[in-house]
Design a protein around this ligand. Structure first.
Ligand code: ATP
Length: 868
């Protein structure tokens, strides 16, 4: 083990054979061959074969296997074969579903995986963090996750939170000095950073010393938790419901078994029948249908720019009643353009400045120097606010690279949205000048003088008022305003936040960030859907109010307040207030959390956007934390349940609409499963209570279970998303899926299917033998369930939503119908499936009866369900 912390930066660079131009591609490949990828090895994935065998662990399958053995012992080899085929087909289906769902979730994970900035081939580029190699020069900014261990080469006030590694919750200041001590803990290695930490403040450059399992955390973790996706609340409640239902059905089957025995039926037959009924009636696919529907649904959402990181979010999305959104970049374009400037005591349009005027030139130069953005070959790199300043400078011939070379930066205090300030110290012909830019309200009190072409004047109250009035005027027009000030500092002065005092004001630059064109419509759609959109921004109140008005988010200026206005309020008072507030300006991350909590206390489900390093806790507090994919920090992404790849507010609204549709689809799939199963149970109960012959052979029930259960249910789950989803109010998250109305619907629809089947059975008994009767009952139950699949697609009539708008339901239907006819008509199979040959009258009756529940259902929907 090399003790990198003891070495100087030059020694480390030499040891790892890296120049300050970074690694070259061929070198990266070689290093990757030696050390592999930068990944923590996860616990072993279950192989497809293991998933397949896992299907046999299910209690129902075990019962079926026992049944197969018993029927073999009873000499019913055909039944044994059928049961085995059913079990194997079921297992294959289960495996395919599992693997498919896992694949789509994997794809999703890859989309949301973390990235890192490294210097390669002399350029800073972004790479997936798994591609980092030992020797890479890693560039760290506030909000970045650290994905490798490394030795600091440069630190600009770099502070790292290493709590995941050391338990210490305070951020640690990092520096580059070698530490010669021998015995030293990880937490004390102030010149190194470690995987798992994140940058809370400042910037730094690090040379990577260890990756993957060689990192400190890799050594501790050894085998990482597979980070298995936890079951969603819906799945958990369905599992619980499924267990209760299974118990109920098992009891019914036990009763039927005993009655059969009592009536003198053979033990083996009674047992087989009871088991098959249990298998047919217990909806074993409940929770796996949720998984597969959610997995496929998230694929669609990813295509529409919303990456789901936590599956539970999809369910909660449908219940969102409040969206707290950032302004810049989410509601607006985040394409800043400087429009007006206040300099040398007057307001000047951006294109009418004169560089001969010393103050105007000074403002332009300082705006470009206290700035990290770059514009090269039409490519813009950096914060849009700063890009606007770079462009303004260029307009007057101040190329940012040339200016920055001429007046080199020797220190900096990076921007952070809590301070709303950024400072640099630049070397200006023998002098060191501190340049500070930021929000005027933060800067104004730190200003003591004002620069004019008549010299530097003291800052009077009158001047102060004038500047404030100008700032207000800009803000009321929706412009973002930055103030620029400076002062001379001594060469050996310590550069930290305390130095940003006694400054000389140079000017204000006001820039425009127009709302995204789709925002207004999305806000309106939210309001129509009973969702309250709320703007929470770090920007000035007047700027925020102007934009909020333009997009229809605010009607009255009294709906806008500033973060500090809620400081003195108790939680109860805040809860009272939130309903009437649409815009919060100058908000700190702590205040964001309070606002989210206040809404939640009032019973709301809150989606909240965030991008900064300090937004993590608020994102976690929200029911759905939404991170910005383009401008968001890695920390914010990590804390979120959903990432917007386009940072766009309207994408959240689209995701909510998708979430609502997906929930409805899942509900419909479950309705289909339960009502069909209820139908089967009702028929058997009817025959048992009346003492009729058995309506189904065990093999019928197994066949029905295989063909009319999961395939049509999944097809219903894949129903195209409902265009009217945003016309309803949000779903109350506390209303259980399986409420009274739902249960009534299950029973009524089950009864319809049962009635059709019983009629077929009775006609069969009256006109033929018991085999004919049970064949007719079997065919009617099977077919009516398949047709019922179309009913379950929507609460509206299928003729309203379009007969062919979900092609999957047709595939499932036709496959089922085809299989049923194969069984009914192929002579060699009739024996195995215990079916009689039916005549055309009997067949016609089966067809008519099977569509009866469909027509009743559709007639009801056409008459009583209002289309929106
Ligand atoms: P939102 O929370 O809606 O994204 P925002 O992006 O406007 O809001 P911040 O980025 O936190 O909020 O900016 C807050 C304030 O800080 C701005 O109003 C501006 O005055 C100042 N500011 C923004 N960017 C910079 C920067 N690069 N340098 C100095 N000051 C800045």
């Amino acid at each position: 083990m090399v003790a990198y912390h003891k070495q100087t930066t030059d020694e480390v660079m030499k040891k790892l054979n890296v120049s300050n131009q970074g690694l070259y591609n061929y070198d990266v490949l070689k290093r990757q061959e030696v050390n592999g990828y930068n990944q923590l090895i996860e616990g072993k994935r279950t192989s497809t074969l293991a998933v397949f065998f896992g299907q046999f662990k299910d209690l129902l399958v075990i019962i079926l296997m026992v049944a197969a053995v018993i029927s073999f012992l009873l000499g019913e080899v055909e039944s044994t074969i059928v049961i085995l085929v059913v079990i194997i087909l079921n297992a294959i289906l289960g495996t395919v579903q599992h693997v498919k769902a896992e694949q789509s979730l994997d794809k999703l994970k890859a989309l949301a995986s973390s990235v890192a900035k490294v210097m390669r081939n002399k350029q800073i580029i972004e790479i997936p963090s798994k591609d980092i190699v030992v020797g890479d020069l890693l560039y760290l900014d506030a909000g970045d996750y650290i994905n490798a261990d490394g030795r600091l080469l440069a630190s600009y006030n770099l502070h790292v939170n290493e709590s995941s590694l050391t338990g210490e919750s305070l951020a640690v200041a990092k520096n580059t000095d070698p530490i010669r001590k021998d015995r030293i803990t990880t937490g004390d290695k102030k010149n190194m950073v470690f995987t798992g930490g994140f940058v809370t403040n400042g910037r730094g450059i690090v040379i990577v010393t260890a990756i993957g399992m060689d990192t400190e955390i890799g050594k501790i973790a050894n085998l990482m938790d597979t980070a298995k996706e936890k079951k969603t609340p819906l799945q958990v409640s369905l599992d619980q419901f499924g267990e209760k239902l299974a118990l109920g059905i098992t009891l019914i089957c036990l009763g039927i078994f005993l009655i059969d025995l009592f009536r003198g039926r053979a033990l083996g037959d009674s047992f087989m029948f009871a088991v098959s009924l249990a298998v047919a009636a217990i909806p074993e696919a409940l929770s796996s249908i949720v998984t597969i529907v959610l997995a496929f649904g998230t694929q669609k959402m990813a295509k529409e720019n919303a990456i789901i990181r936590k599956l539970y979010a999809v369910e909660s999305l449908g219940s969102v009643s409040v969206i707290c959104s950032d302004k810049t970049g989410t509601l607006t374009e985040n394409k800043m353009i400087a429009l007006q400037v206040y300099v040398d005591q007057r307001v000047v349009p951006y294109d009418q400045l004169h560089t001969e005027n010393k103050v105007e030139k000074n403002l332009l130069l300082k705006a470009v120097l206290c700035n990290d953005a770059l514009e090269r070959d039409e490519k813009e790199i950096g914060d849009p606010t700063e890009i606007a300043l770079v462009k303004l400078g260029k307009h007057y011939g101040f190329d940012e690279l040339r200016v920055r070379n001429r007046y080199p930066r020797i220190a900096e205090i990076p921007f952070n949205s809590d301070r709303k300030l950024m400072s640099t110290v630049n070397h200006f012909e023998q002098k060191n000048i501190l340049i500070t830019k930021g929000a005027l309200d933060v800067l104004l009190n730190r200003i003591v003088k004002i620069e004019t072409s008549n010299g530097t004047l003291p800052m009077t109250d009158e001047q102060r008022k004038k500047i404030e009035a100008i700032n207000r005027g800009f803000s009321m027009n929706g412009l973002r305003v930055l103030a620029i000030a400076y002062k001379e500092v001594r060469a050996n002065q310590i550069i930290d936040e305390r130095i940003e005092q006694d400054l000389i004001f140079v000017g204000l630059i006001a820039m425009m960030d127009p709302p995204r064109k789709e925002t207004k419509e999305a806000v309106e759609s939210c309001i129509n859907a009973g969702i309250k959109p709320v703007m929470i921004t770090g920007d000035h109140k007047l700027t925020a109010t102007a934009i909020a008005k333009e997009i229809g988010l605010l009607n009255d200026p009294s709906e806008a307040i500033e973060g500090h206005d809620i400081e003195g309020l108790t939680d109860e008072q805040l809860q009272e207030l939130v309903e009437n507030i649409s815009v919060y300006a100058r908000v700190t991350p702590e205040q964001k959390i309070r606002i989210v909590k206040a809404w939640q206390e009032k019973g709301n489900v809150v989606a909240m956007t965030g991008d900064g390093v300090n937004d993590g806790p608020a994102l976690k507090q929200a029911n759905i934390g939404v991170a910005m994919g383009m401008t968001g920090t890695e920390v914010a992404k990590d804390a979120s349940a959903m990432i917007l790849t386009d940072d766009n507010f309207s994408t959240i609204v689209k995701a909510i609409s998708n979430g609502r549709s997906l929930y409805t689809n899942i509900k419909n799939a479950i309705l289909f499963l339960l009502s069909g199963n209820a139908g089967a149970i009702f028929v058997v109960l009817y025959a048992t209570i009346l003492g009729l012959s058995v309506p189904f052979a065990p093999v019928h029930l197994l066949f029905i279970n295989l063909l009319t259960d999961s395939l049509p249910a999944i097809a219903i789950g894949l129903e195209p998303h409902n265009k009217n989803a945003m016309k309803d109010k949000p779903r109350n998250i506390h209303t259980p899926l399986l409420n009274k109305a739902f249960t009534t619907q299950v029973i009524l629809e089950g009864l319809l299917i049962a009635i059709a089947t019983i009629i077929a059975f009775e006609v069969g008994l009256a006109t033929g033998d018991t085999l004919t009767a049970s064949t007719m009952a079997f065919a009617t139950l099977c077919l009516s369930r398949l047709v019922h699949g179309f009913n379950s697609r929507s609460k509206e009539s299928i003729f309203t939503i379009g007969l062919f708008s979900n092609i999957y339901t047709w595939v499932a239907f036709l496959l089922g119908v085809l299989s049923l006819h194969v069984v009914l008509f192929i002579p060699s199979l009739t024996g195995v499936f215990e079916v009689a040959t039916l005549n055309s009258a009997q067949l016609s009756l089966i067809y008519c009866l099977s569509v009866m529940p469909f027509f009743v259902n559709q007639w009801y929907k056409l008459l009583f369900v209002r289309s929106k």
